[in-house]
Design a protein around this ligand. Sequence first.
Ligand code: XUL
Ligand code: CO
Length: 436
Amino acid sequence: MKEFFPEVEQIKYEGPKSKNPLSFKYYNPGEKILGKTMEQQLRFAVCYWHTFKGLGSDQFGSSSISRSYEQGSSKMEIAENTMRAAFEFFTKLGVKFWCFHDRDIAPEGDSLSESNKNLDQIVALAKKLQNDTGVKTLWGTANLFSNKRFMAGAATNPSPDIFAYAAAQVKKAMEATKELGGTGYVFWGGREGYDMLLNTDMKRELDHLAKFFHIAIDYKKKIGFKGPFYIEPKPKEPTKHQYDFDAGNCFAFLQKYDLVNYFKLNIEANHATLAGHSFQHELQYCVDNNILGSVDANRGDMLLGWDTDQFPMDIYETTLAMYIIMNGGGFTTGGLNFDAHVRRQSIEPEDLFYAHIGAMDVFARGLRIAANIIKDGKFKKMIQKRYAGWDNGIGKKIENGKMDFGQLEKYTFDNGEPKLQSGRQELLENMLNDYI
Ligand code: XUL
Ligand code: CO
């Protein structure tokens, strides 16, 4: 069988002392951390769109990268080569999951039925390759944003014809995800949002988005797709105001429209920072509200204000992220999907491997460090101590709804000025550094 990445062999764990850049120094898949293997805890996934279809183009220039799998006499032959290359890549990297959009894996045809036919053909190949390699689908989704028909949105489009087209596409993408045994299905907002209110009926558009999701739930039940739906918050880009702004906004939407039982969130690090939050904030918000589904693991750039989709490389970020994820009980259906692409100048196939190896290692380090923090329980104890006033006395009475304003006023008259306590931020930062 033709090899598409002949320059790279199977990537192995060689430990922190290894000098081999094509090896894992921290990610040891079979090693147990907090009762499960690292592979089970981290559930790494490779994304199809950036990794195999992202060829370095940006707003100022076209592709800078050429790949061996792009050669072929037809779009479908290239699509098949790309799928074979993808499974070679997953296998060499030792990643057990992948994620895709319908239009990443199979080219759009001249009609919806031709697009569906193309998708069927590629899904059949993907299914065979999944069986051969043991690699599984983490989630699938539909691309409802690239084609110009979706320029004003998909489910929130002013035209019901486009709503219908989007529904037809999601129906098929959900069937494909089910066929491939996907453990979840993602709805990233794409172009669901607006650029100006003078041409937008925001209330009506959001009602339509909810309607779309309810129709999707009905279909999920009909075909017996078991996995959860995930919405993926993002505050802006491509529209100025994306409807799924952040986790808090998504949760309010899900509650208002009675969708909470069917949806969890797919939190992307770079989207969190675009919303003016930290990655950890968004994760903690989801854990606290029982809506953490999956993670798009990437990072932005402190000096650039857009979705740069860089590979995660910051140990502080991954440590805190894993600390929150593990404290929240860890992943069930979700995982860590690298929604990230190599930079435009990283034109060699090896660069794809370096990027993923580094990202997997930095999450493996984050997991190891977070496990030590959890085992010691020092941060948890600091928080318990800080809130101890609520465990008895006046605090407990307030929590139990036993105090009204009059009683609280009397308590304050009787007890005088409250005693203050230090927040200990610098000490906690030092302690975190000690772990890292
Ligand atoms: C866009 C983004 C998407 C979704 C899937 O910013 O993150 O790639 O993850 O549609
Ligand atoms: Co994403």
